[in-house]
Design a protein around this ligand. Sequence first.
Ligand code: C2G
Length: 129
Amino acid sequence: MKKVITYGTFDLLHWGHINLLKRAKEMGDYLIVAISSDEFNALKNKKSYHSFENRKMILESIRYVDEVIAEDNWEQKITDVQKHDVDVFVMGDDWKGHFDFLKDYCEVVYLPRTIGISTTKIKKDLLSV
Ligand code: C2G
């Protein structure tokens, strides 16, 4: 079984996230999503609208997602890849190059981001309604 992993906050889930999750799942048979905890979001200078528990519940309901784990820090990726026997690490290409150190442990793939949508854009657009 080919296992894929990806990481993110996935707040205010939108079609750009779904495009990423769909393509990530198509790269294997089993997709793990490591979702940023509220505390880790603070480290990323992000404040989620939905709590970790609710973002986790939403992600677990998506047909492409097989397992959701917590992302608590920047350092856990190598351990995650080894512990979960991951074959492919996938991220949107806004992260291109940032995680190349994982190439010693698994395949690393950066997928084109979906243009025209982001959680930040949603928040901004709603403010101007
Ligand atoms: N994404 C995308 N297209 C968009 C928006 C997001 O492909 N229009 C992708 C991002 O590239 C990322 C994933 O969806 O791979 C999740 O995006 P975020 O929730 O913004 O995650 P981020 O804050 O980038 O956290 O350790 C890695 C970090 O946790 C990534």
